[in-house]
Design a binder for this molecule. Structure first.
Ligand SMILES: Cc1cc2nc3c(=O)[nH]c(=O)nc-3n(C[C@H](O)[C@H](O)[C@H](O)COP(=O)(O)OP(=O)(O)OC[C@H]3O[C@@H](n4cnc5c(N)ncnc54)[C@H](O)[C@@H]3O)c2cc1C
Length: 462
């Protein structure tokens, strides 16, 4: 039997691709070398978030993640828990209260896309009431912002179950060891000793994409950044999440209370080119534990476990903390002369659905199939999603909207879309209203560069 699509990798990305393709009516098989979500997905911080810090240098990633996070809340809501995160600001911190609040005022514009609440500013006394264990010395106040915690492995597993229910053949414990070829054309893979023949093969192996591409005789420009978390068995070492300036004063670490324990991390360091060789070092453990302990009057001396993963970041020059979390769909036909072979790389768990959409859009064009993405229209357990707000997609300038939390919550005069979203605001002074007609050339360029689907089209044209 020949499948339309053979997917390599059962992390959240591969599971998303398989589900998307099956819901469009394609015949799909997926091979995962272990269990669903066991790779980077399991080692993530488990947040469905917009990445507030990306606002500083990569606004479109924030927009895209918040936009897709809204779809994840609607389709996988039972795996998500609302997680308020408190950012305490102390005397001597690199970013003061005003700077942090300016950032969150911008973030508030995106929050409604993912059902997030606007930020709060707390006095030092109020912050200590919320997190009584925090050290009071030098505490100036805090900002609180709203994110979602997700059971990440369950997200991959349930997405895969949904894919299976839509007809996907799922092979677990089945490592892909060879890429099949008909002449130059990639014609599927050998997985767990079985041949899976496919008209299109999609490599969604996360940080292993270069290894899989190598089986076909091509290479991927991948820069692997390793990230470690410390895990404490106590599930509630803090009552809310925390974002703490780390000891090097240039990075931040999360403290995340969750059903899996309290997680502290991650680090973000250049890792080995082979993801299987990624290990936590004593330096990382010391850095994380010192970074958290200095904020608490009492904190457990020892952590109970560590977990490490590799961020599959597409090769880019620049400082580690400025690396984009952008994703790309690579067409190996135009790139490497290997028809029938696509790779999806980069990105975040928070936009896994839109990543899958871009990959399957390109696969469908190559197969000559015209079928629209349907992954946002039903929950992972198959119930219809009906109430989808009409937010601007990340293909538009991110400034071309204003959030109800800013100005339109109770306004009845502004133009309102069919789903209740107001795109202009009569309450704001004319000069500060979002302008849809005068885009700055930079914003327009970035939008075009980042648009899901557009990337895939560019890849197809390249
Ligand atoms: C420390 C850290 C923290 C992060 N925190 C967040 C966060 O809070 N929120 C967020 O949105 N994103 C976060 N990310 C990013 C996010 O985790 C990743 O973008 C996402 O999980 C990648 O999923 P994936 O499916 O592409 O890769 P993976 O989850 O790694 O899946 C790839 C799969 O391919 C399989 N595979 C590999 N080789 C083969 C083979 N030869 N044959 C068959 N199968 C194979 C692997 O077993 C694996 O299961 C974080 C990343 C890191 C490293």
């Amino acid at each position: 039997m020949t499948y339309d699509l053979v997917v390599v990798g059962g992390g959240v990305t591969g599971a998303g691709v398989a589900r998307d393709a099956a819901l469009r009516g394609l015949k799909v098989a997926l091979a995962e070398r272990g269990k669903p979500g066991q790779g980077t997905t399991a080692a993530s911080t488990h947040l469905i978030h917009g990445g507030v810090r990306y606002l500083l240098y990569d606004r479109l990633t924030t927009h895209s993640s918040c936009w897709d996070a809204g779809h994840i809340v609607r389709t996988a809501g039972d795996l998500l828990t609302r997680l308020p995160i408190l950012w305490p600001v102390y005397k001597g911190h690199t970013r003061g209260l005003e700077t942090v609040e300016t950032l969150f005022a911008q973030y508030d514009l995106f929050q409604p896309m993912k059902y997030g609440k606007p930020h709060l500013r707390l006095t030092a006394e109020a912050a200590l009431k919320v997190v009584p264990g925090l050290s009071p010395e030098g505490l100036l106040g805090a900002l609180v912002f709203d994110e979602w915690w997700v059971d990440a492995e369950a997200l991959a597993r349930r997405t895969l179950e949904s894919a299976r229910a839509a007809g996907v053949e799922v092979l677990l414990d089945s490592p892909v060891t060879a890429v099949l070829k008909d002449g130059a054309r990639v014609a599927g893979v050998t997985a767990g000793g079985r041949e899976l023949r496919g008209r299109i093969t999609v490599n969604a192996a996360g940080p292993w994409i270069d290894k899989v591409t190598s089986l076909a005789g091509a290479r991927m420009p991948l820069r692997l950044m390793k990230g470690t978390h410390l895990i404490y068995k106590d599930k509630a070492l803090t009552p809310v999440g925390l974002l703490l300036e780390a000891e090097d004063r240039s990075r931040y670490v999360f403290v995340v209370p969750s059903p899996l324990g309290t997680w502290v991390g991650p680090t973000d360091l250049p890792g080995p080119s082979d993801p299987d060789q990624t290990r936590t070092t004593d330096d990382e453990v010391g850095y994380l534990s010192r970074s958290v302990k200095r904020y608490f009057r009492s904190w457990p001396i020892n952590h109970d476990a560590t977990i490490v993963g590799s961020r599959p970041i597409l090769g880019q020059p620049g400082a580690e903390k400025l690396l984009s979390r952008d994703f790309e769909v690579f067409d190996h036909e135009t790139r490497d002369g290997l028809p029938g072979f696509l790779t999806i790389g980069g990105g975040k768990m928070s936009d896994y659905r839109v990543m899958a959409e871009a990959a399957v859009d390109l696969a469908c064009r190559k197969l000559g199939v015209s079928a629209e993405c349907r992954t946002h229209l039903s929950t992972l357990d198959g119930r219809p999603v009906t109430d989808i707000p009409d937010f601007p997609t990340p293909t538009r300038r991110s400034s071309a909207f204003c959030g109800p939390s800013r100005c339109c919550a109770s306004c009845t005069r502004c133009p309102t879309s069919a789903r209740g979203w107001r795109s202009t605001c009569c309450a704001a002074p004319a000069a500060s209203r979002p302008s849809a007609t005068r885009p700055s050339s930079r914003a327009a360029t970035v939008s075009r560069r980042r648009a899901p689907g557009t990337r895939a089209r560019r890849a197809a044209r390249a």
